[in-house]
Write a protein that binds this ligand. Structure first.
Ligand SMILES: *[C@@H]1O[C@H](CO)[C@@H](O)[C@H](O)[C@H]1NC(C)=O
Ligand SMILES: *[C@@H]1O[C@H](CO)[C@@H](O)[C@H](O)[C@H]1NC(C)=O
Ligand SMILES: *[C@@H]1O[C@H](CO)[C@@H](O)[C@H](O)[C@H]1NC(C)=O
Ligand SMILES: *[C@@H]1O[C@H](CO)[C@@H](O)[C@H](O)[C@H]1NC(C)=O
Ligand SMILES: *[C@@H]1O[C@H](CO)[C@@H](O)[C@H](O)[C@H]1NC(C)=O
Ligand SMILES: *[C@@H]1O[C@H](CO)[C@@H](O)[C@H](O)[C@H]1NC(C)=O
Ligand SMILES: *[C@@H]1O[C@H](CO)[C@@H](O)[C@H](O)[C@H]1NC(C)=O
Ligand SMILES: *[C@@H]1O[C@H](CO)[C@@H](O)[C@H](O)[C@H]1NC(C)=O
Ligand SMILES: *[C@@H]1O[C@H](CO)[C@@H](O)[C@H](O)[C@H]1NC(C)=O
Ligand SMILES: *[C@@H]1O[C@H](CO)[C@@H](O)[C@H](O)[C@H]1NC(C)=O
Length: 873
């Protein structure tokens, strides 16, 4: 069939037309972004400070659907999702969590969710936002619930997912706006300070679709005990852990809709017994009540939760035995009753149906008695196991467990022999500290990523370490011989070692430090104190560029400290206490160092002025050497000692272990404070100390020194210091321990000394002080020991009566109210083992428990933070 030219023309025209239409279609789909959404996002951006240019693609030229973090709907092209999380890496030093690249500034929440009308997903997790604008706080209009239609108020029926978690500096004063996000299903506010919002429960229950609620670490205090019934209708997951509720279980909890499957109330300071009404929550899969003050028995009825997969009751005050009915929980994957004062017998019967069990932690303060048939083969293959048992035989059923990744045994005694070391070398995390393990480590190859064999009865030579090992503690055993089996193995050459943390302190090691450190460049912390090591500090240590902590105390090291150590730029703690080292005080210690302990060596020469530039120094202990010359006036420039800014964090290090777990280590130093030797570990960050006692220092005490108002311990005793005690000493308001004894100080005791209200220890004995001890002050509360050996000093507490002292002293020593403030400090000192008085004992008991709790909380909180990097909730 022929076609006419006109038909051709029509076909052509149609084709052209189609092409044009198609093209326009293509073009229009290239510029997809909705202008209203775009403007709203640009306004939202204005509130944000963006130091690393995360939002640099958010420009007017680009299609907003192509902007970083923005997702549009494929059909309508409206913005529906905003993903702006920040990823941070774990700091090896906790004080310095680096969020400098994350978004900060304000979140204009109302603007965003009202104007970006179809936004259903908003995730700003782990940034560093400081404020949130919901306009409820500022605008009177928004307070009026009936005039909520204003575009300035939070109001959205699209938003389903809202994650503002881990913005640790964010404070939200009110959640009044929350009910106006009517379709919200997922709400995560973890780590935000919400302590001002006492109505939080009533407000979140107004969200009818809410299925996941996470308010971990929100500083909530009120668990709304008076509320009987909470209107959650869709709630499945509830995280309220790490809030200080100090209460019993609230009634509303038992009336939660039966769809709830995850309940996490760990570290909430809950008290009382487990209430049976919990059984209402029949669908429960995870019940997490770790680290509370719950007591009584672990009830038998827990065996009725047929869906239960996770049961965590550790770190409470539960007593009695593990109820046999738990053996009915055939879905159970995790069972944790660890660190409770439980008693009784555990037999294999309880485990007969628990074939899915992967994590079992039943370590008890008072060892449980295990009755297991020696041929028992458990129905489960565990990944994690923690327990204690009565030896001497290692339970043989353990050898059937082929996939254990973490093994914790405490307070048990057994003989490590036969296949034991082979068995444990497959286990990445080995926590066997504080047992009475009897074994010989000569020729053993340790292969776990994390190894804690500290405080046991291990003998023989140092073991070899495979390249898998990252953290190894063999401290406090009876290991002997030299360092080379561990450090200098020939097979090690060119091998890629991962070792970060090595602790072999308090053994019987001898010989030199060896020059094999070049094989271990990854090391961050080295603890070799309390051995019989001899020789010089080897220069190969300077190859450890990441070294932050070096403890070589209580050995027989001699010679000078090699200046090549200045290559260890990261050094924070340098401790060579009690050796035979000589030469001058190193003047190259990195300015960021926190503690320098050279005590009890043969150092001589002057104090180098470079010390004054160490702007992070909190501990300077150069006591008991032969240091001479004057105390440098520039000492007053050490900024870290000017303010009492005891670090918010413990002086702790975190080390990546295995499987994204972290090992948190509190550094420790032995210091002399208040006239006694004390071990400072978890409280080391509170210390601000200068100890230059027992040297040959001469001249006067420079008045600049008294501008170090953050200092709590100052010891200049046993030197040749002259001159007067300046009146400026009254500025050192945080001083708790002051020792100027055995010098040649003269003049009167300045009246201002009596204004140091935290002062607990004072020693001015054996000087040439004269005149009257300021009367009517707490200075008279110290006993005569503080003042003796000053022939011209008079007045109470000395028996010598002052010549012109006619007025009788009728004021009793003032029991000032401030005492309660330094009570904890006192306890901290006492707690470390110097129980000298009844008060001390009381204090230690009281504080110990409290501290234990606080410490656990700290760890929990840190874990909370660190887990945030990988966990999805
Ligand atoms: C939109 O398109 C992207 C890429 O073509 C696709 O991955 C996504 O699933 C689509 N989303 C919807 C809701 O259709
Ligand atoms: C609140 O709303 C009511 C009713 O619409 C109105 O009478 C009242 O003036 C409003 N108050 C404010 C402060 O806007
Ligand atoms: C939210 O805003 C819409 C208009 O954008 C309005 O129709 C609706 O009533 C508002 N919702 C509330 C709870 O005020
Ligand atoms: C639960 O909802 C009912 C009816 O909507 C209401 O009367 C009650 O006050 C609500 N309770 C709480 C605690 O919000
Ligand atoms: C809430 O739970 C308690 C205890 O289980 C029960 O006595 C009460 O009737 C329940 N209230 C409602 C409204 O369900
Ligand atoms: C639960 O365990 C107890 C004791 O082991 C047993 O008597 C009981 O029958 C079990 N219940 C179920 C439902 O298995
Ligand atoms: C050493 O550890 C690695 C990794 O954890 C493991 O694959 C290997 O089997 C272990 N070697 C021995 C001898 O157990
Ligand atoms: C440890 O074993 C080695 C050889 O395996 C042996 O020479 C040494 O004497 C043993 N040490 C002790 C303390 O038993
Ligand atoms: C030192 O630490 C940095 C940062 O953690 C790491 O990248 C580097 O590999 C470490 N150096 C050595 C020698 O392990
Ligand atoms: C100490 O600080 C003072 C004043 O701030 C300054 O003049 C002096 O140079 C500083 N000394 C040293 C050694 O840094």
């Amino acid at each position: 069939m022929n076609t006419s030219p006109s038909q051709h023309a029509i076909t052509f025209a149609l084709l052209l037309c189609a092409l044009i239409v198609f093209n326009i279609g293509l073009c229009s789909s290239n510029i997809r972004c909705n202008q209203r959404d775009k403007h709203a996002l640009l306004k939202f951006k204005k509130g944000i400070i963006d130091p690393s240019g995360v939002l640099s693609s958010w420009s007017t030229e680009q299609d907003c659907c192509q902007w970083r973090g923005v997702n549009c709907d494929n059909i309508t092209s409206r913005v529906i999702e905003l993903h702006l999380t920040c990823s941070t890496t774990l700091p090896s030093y906790i004080d310095k969590e680096d969020k400098s690249h994350c978004l900060t500034g304000s979140i204009y929440l109302s603007l965003l969710i009202v104007e970006v009308k179809f936004l259903n997903y908003l995730n700003l997790r782990n940034n560093d936002f400081l404020a949130i604008q919901t306009d409820y706080v500022h605008s009177q209009i928004c307070h009026n619930l009936s005039s909520i239609t204003s575009p300035h108020c939070v109001n959205s029926s699209s938003l389903r997912y809202l994650d503002l978690s881990l913005n640790w500096n964010l404070v939200i004063y009110s959640l009044q706006w929350l009910p106006h996000i009517s379709s919200l299903e997922y709400l995560n506010l973890r780590g935000i300070d919400l302590h001002r919002e006492t109505n939080w429960l009533q407000l979140v229950t107004k969200l009818p679709s809410l299925s996941v609620l996470n308010m971990r670490s929100c500083q909530l205090e009120d668990l709304s005990l008076s509320i009987q019934y909470a209107n959650f209708t869709a709630l499945e997951v509830l995280h309220l852990s790490a809030n200080e509720f100090n209460s019993e279980f609230p009634k509303w909890l038992f009336n939660l809709s039966c769809s709830i499957s995850v309940l996490d109330l760990s570290s909430c300071s809950l008290i009382g017994r487990l209430p049976k009404a919990l059984l209402n929550l029949r669908k429960l899969e995870d019940l997490v009540l770790e680290d509370n003050n719950l007591n009584g028995n672990i009830p038998n009825w827990l065996g009725k939760f047929e869906h239960l997969q996770t049961l965590i009751l550790g770190v409470n005050m539960f007593s009695g035995s593990i109820p046999t009915n738990l053996g009915n929980l055939s879905s159970l994957i995790t069972l944790d009753t660890a660190s409770n004062p439980m008693t009784g017998v555990v037999s294999e019967k309880i485990f007969a149906k628990l074939s899915k069990l992967k994590e079992l932690d039943i370590y008890s303060y008072s060892p449980l008695i295990f009755y297991f048939d020696s041929h028992w083969v458990p129905p489960f293959q565990l990944k994690e196991l923690g327990f204690n048992f009565v030896g001497p035989k290692f339970p043989s059923w353990l050898y059937t467990q082929k996939f254990i990744e973490s093994l914790t045994i405490h307070e048990s005694s057994f003989k490590a022999q036969g296949k034991f070391w082979n068995f444990v070398s497959r286990i990445p995390e080995l926590v066997l500290g504080d047992n009475l393990i009897d074994g010989n480590l000569s020729n053993v190859l340790l292969n776990s990523t994390y190894i804690d064999l500290s405080s046991n009865g291990l003998k023989g030579c140092l073991p070899r370490l495979s390249p898998n090992v990252a953290i190894a503690s063999l401290a406090n055993n009876s290991l002997s011989g030299g360092m080379s089996p561990l450090l200098c193995d020939d097979k090690m050459l060119n091998r890629k070692n991962k070792l970060l943390f090595l602790d072999i302190s308090d053994n019987h090691l001898s010989g030199e430090l060896t020059n094999c450190w070049k094989n271990w460049k990854s090391l961050v912390a080295i603890h070799l104190g309390g051995n019989n090591l001899k020789g010089k500090i080897p220069s190969s240590l300077s190859l450890l560029s990441n070294l932050t902590t070096l403890h070589l105390h209580e050995n027989k090291l001699y010679g000078e400290i090699p200046s090549s150590l200045q290559n260890c730029h990261s050094l924070l703690i340098f401790n060579v206490r009690n050796n035979h080292l000589s030469g001058s005080i190193p003047n190259w210690i990195p300015h960021s160092a926190k503690a320098l302990q050279l005590r009890s060596n043969n150092f001589s020469g002057k104090i180098p002025p470079q010390i004054c530039q160490m702007s992070s120094l909190i501990i300077l202990d150069i006591a008991n050497n032969s240091i001479s010359g004057h105390i440098p006036t520039c000492l007053g420039n050490i900024t870290s000692l000017i303010f009492n800014n005891a670090s918010r964090y413990y002086l702790s290090f975190s080390f990546p272990s295995f499987h994204n777990r972290y090992f948190i280590y509190n550094d420790a130093l032995e210091l002399v404070t208040k006239g006694q030797v004390r071990e400072y570990a978890k409280n080391l960050h509170f210390v601000a100390l200068i100890d230059m006692s027992s040297n040959n220092l001469s001249g006067t005490i420079p008045p600049q020194m008294f501008s170090l108002t953050g200092l709590n311990t100052l010891n200049l005793s046993h030197n040749k210091l002259t001159g007067q005690i300046p009146n400026e000493i009254g500025n050192m308001k945080n001083l708790e321990s002051l020792d100027f004894s055995t010098n040649q100080l003269s003049g009167e005791i300045p009246q201002s000394l009596s204004s140091l209200s935290f002062l607990e220890y004072l020693n001015l004995s054996y000087n040439n002080l004269k005149g009257k001890i300021p009367s009517g002050t707490q200075l008279m509360g110290f006993d005569a020991f503080s003042y003796m050996g000053n022939p011209y000093l008079c007045g109470p507490p000395l028996t010598k009566i002052c010549f012109q002292d006619d007025k009788p002293i009728n004021k009793l020593i003032n029991e000032d109210g401030d005492k309660s403030e330094f009570f904890p400090w006192f306890c901290i000192g006492i707690e470390s083992g110097f129980l000298t008085s009844f008060l001390g004992v009381l204090c230690a008991i009281f504080f110990n428990r409290k501290l234990r709790h606080a410490f656990f909380k700290f760890l929990y909180d840190m874990r909370d933070r660190f887990i945030s990097w990988w966990s999805s909730i």
